[in-house]
Write a protein that binds this ligand. Structure first.
Ligand SMILES: Nc1nc2c(ncn2[C@@H]2O[C@H](COP(=O)(O)OP(=O)(O)OP(=O)(O)O)[C@@H](O)[C@H]2O)c(=O)[nH]1
Ligand SMILES: Nc1nc2c(ncn2[C@@H]2O[C@H](COP(=O)(O)OP(=O)(O)OP(=O)(O)O)[C@@H](O)[C@H]2O)c(=O)[nH]1
Ligand SMILES: [Mg+2]
Ligand SMILES: [Mg+2]
Ligand SMILES: [Zn+2]
Ligand SMILES: [Zn+2]
Lengths: 211, 211
């Protein structure tokens, strides 16, 4: 509880700093391998000329994801948490100092692959974006409700695989809405691009840029 | 550290209790939706007449997995951790008291879907069985090395989806062996049954039952 209190204070500080610079910060959360980095690669490539963007990458180990982000020409810092299971506000504060993002820009934070712990740690973001892959099963919202409750957005990813898996999209969305009635749902394939236009429209509107 | 020390003492106690009853306990760990419960459903059904088996199910919320296990005719207790991100030795101790597993049996523990935290919490099991789905990406062992280091076995699941995803099986196995040279690897599809015979042979040999 003491640890959470200290984190939440720093998160509030981050939130104030981001507001002052009119930066939209989003915290991408999901299980390992649901497609966070792939979704970022697509977004950073497709919206390159529309919004200035920067990324904070969180992983237990390796620079793999930061390297993938940098390959899009986007500034990125990689945080390695070692045995740590979630990013914390102090790591994000240091990351932001290193990145020094522009005013009126988009800051994308990719959290450690974990559908559990990141729900409890505010980073100062405007919103959590939860990603669920159709390969994981439609009961995941009900079984991991704290993450659904903490997220403003749910991206259902890998819809290109729907023909080969058992995933009731309507049931998954209903389960999410039972927990969080206001949650906004996008259905996409980060690899083939399906549904990304709706996600991009939302991002551009949210940051106040006309598409 | 204090919390880990207390857990490890109870884990040692569990280990002794299981040894006294000649029970083989396995701790199944993976990301959410990699197929732990499906693999258990298959194992419990196919080996029903060969070994007495019981299950401890761990999830943040719902009885979903315990209900699926019970539908196979297997005794099961469901532990709900609430916001908790991993099973602990005390929960397993209570579970074992409730289940009262027979001597010379197999106790299967399905941990909370989480590729991070369960690596740090000994439950008293003989071995951790890590499950990785081919849909999650071949870089997962390198990015989540603590779970690979803590596991004796790696089950690569959902191999039926290999035609539709980018997953280099040899690279994934090599990455796991770089971290844990002795790790034993099975390649299976829990849904279509491919590769399960090798997993069953290992289980039967490990528990000392002739197949
Ligand atoms: N078929 C399909 N595969 C996808 C899609 N999006 C991502 N993938 C694949 O899923 C695997 C994991 O993707 P990543 O983007 O690395 O996932 P991640 O959530 O960033 O993983 P971590 O950062 O390790 O938690 C890769 O092999 C991707 O190519 C999709 O829309 N469809
Ligand atoms: N195609 C395919 N799908 C599978 C396979 N194994 C499991 N699934 C599917 O993957 C989804 C998740 O399976 P579960 O067994 O519930 O996964 P889990 O690891 O127990 O999930 P949690 O307990 O929530 O962490 C379900 O829709 C399963 O049908 C497989 O070998 N192939
Ligand atoms: Mg990633
Ligand atoms: Mg399960
Ligand atoms: Zn955690
Ligand atoms: Zn944890």
């Amino acid at each position: 509880a003491a640890i959470l209190g200290k984190n939440d204070k720093l998160a509030a500080e981050n939130r104030g700093w981001l507001k002052a610079k009119n930066i939209l910060a989003l915290n991408l959360v999901s299980s390992p391998g649901s497609g966070k980095t792939t979704l970022l690669e697509r977004t950073l490539t497709d919206l390159k000329d529309k919004i200035p963007m920067a990324v904070i990458e969180g992983d237990q180990e390796t620079l793999n994801d930061a390297e993938r982000i940098r390959a899009t020409g986007t500034a990125c810092v990689q945080v390695n948490t070692g045995t740590g299971c979630h990013l914390e506000a102090d790591m994000v504060q240091k990351g932001m100092e290193q990145l020094d993002p522009q005013e009126n820009s988009l800051l994308l934070i990719e959290n450690v692959g974990n559908l559990v712990c990141p729900a409890l740690f505010d980073l100062g973001e405007r919103a959590k974006v939860a990603i669920l892959s159709v390969t994981e099963g439609a009961d995941k919202p009900a079984k991991y409700p704290h993450m659904i409750a903490a997220s403003d957005i749910l991206v259902i990813n890998k819809i290109d695989l729907l023909p080969y898996v058992t995933f009731d999209v309507d049931a998954a969305i209903q389960a999410a809405r039972d927990i969080n009635p206001a949650i906004k749902v996008f259905q996409v394939s980060a690899t083939n691009g399906e549904g990304l236009d709706v996600w991009y429209d939302w991002l551009l509107a949210e940051i106040g840029v006309s598409g």
